[in-house]
Design a protein around this ligand. Structure first.
Ligand code: GLN
Length: 313
């Protein structure tokens, strides 16, 4: 089926906003110093249907860095370029059951980065982005993610510099993959591109457009552009379903029943295939690194709008 009628969707989106706006649980990420100062009260919800219709409440135009949500869209771009087989073989698609920056996940799995939605797997995915130089590979990523958003995305320089100075752990993950022969590309150059993709500045509205593009089989509802194929959109959503919210992915699927991706700056995109996507932004996170208000809003709206993929009606 489709989404409920426009007015009903609008009403429910505002209800979700009103319900969770006052929620005071969660902590703003501070391991990247530039994120620590985010306003914990910010909360925005933007829902875009595959036909381009939009519903919004709260801080939908407040900028924040894309962080781990970039992993979903870089994965889609790499899948489009290199194919399903190659990413399955080189990266993997199983949940680690461990935090997003886990070294143990690699060690326990004979050097496999495990999946593209944790840091190691995302770094290995970014390494597969084609291009003759680091600058061109970065431009390829920025341009590709901009096509998902339907507008040119730019780097948040302060977040980029802050993370570049404090990302020793990601550099270590890349070196560890290299030691297992799993990263043949230049590890530090690759981590730099990964850090840049995480520092792209977006809004909740951008997340809704990016997610709606996956919901619509790769066609951006704003621009009409076919960004990736329908098969790649499907494969990306499958990986989000199993790995998108890290070690919480099982609970998320059990409670919400929608593929989603979160990032430490407080963004979440949840996708209802064939229907649309919700972009949520609110900085306070749970202990797995997922936005608390964003998760609650997704759960409420999945139920209220009848979006759970496993429901028979
Ligand atoms: N840039 C962040 C990191 O690599 C992204 C992590 C996240 O959003 N979970 O640590």
């Amino acid at each position: 089926g489709d989404l409920p009628p426009h007015l009903r969707v609008d009403e429910l989106l505002h209800e979700a906003y009103g319900r969770y706006r006052g929620l005071r649980t969660g902590t703003v990420a501070d391991y990247i110093p530039a994120l620590a100062g985010a306003d914990p009260d910010l909360f925005g919800l933007s829902l875009m249907a595959v036909d381009g219709e939009v519903h919004e409440a709260g801080a939908v135009a407040a900028p924040f860095s894309l962080q781990s949500i970039s992993k979903a869209f870089v994965f889609a771009l790499v899948c489009e370029e290199l194919g399903h087989e190659e990413v399955h073989e080189r990266i993997g698609v199983n949940n680690t059951g461990l935090p997003f920056n886990s070294v143990m996940a690699i060690e326990l799995n004979h050097g496999s980065p495990m999946n593209p939605m944790v840091n190691a797997g995302a770094i290995a995915t970014t390494a597969m982005v084609p291009g003759p130089s680091a600058a061109e590979r970065w431009e390829h990523v920025r341009h590709g993610l901009s096509r998902f958003a339907g507008r040119p995305l730019t780097l948040d320089g302060a977040v980029y510099r802050s993370e570049a100075l404090t990302n020793q752990r990601n550099r270590a993950l890349a070196r560890l993959l290299e030691s297992y022969g799993r990263l043949v590309e230049d590890p530090l150059e690759t981590v730099d591109i990964y850090t840049r993709q995480c520092s792209l500045s977006v809004t909740a509205r951008d997340l809704a457009v990016m997610g709606a593009t996956l919901a619509a089989g790769g066609v951006n509802p704003l621009t009409g552009e076919q960004v990736v194929s329908a098969e790649v959109s499907r494969d990306t959503l499958a990986v989000l379903a199993s790995c998108g919210v890290y070690e919480r992915s099982g609970e998320w699927m059990f409670e919400i029943g929608l593929p989603a991706k979160s990032g430490v700056s407080g963004g979440i995109v949840a996708v209802a295939p064939g229907k649309g996507a919700l972009g949520a932004f609110s900085p306070p996170l749970d202990d797995a690194g997922n936005s608390v208000r964003g998760g609650r809003a997704c759960a409420f709206l999945s139920r209220a709008l009848g979006l759970n993929l496993f429901a028979s009606s």
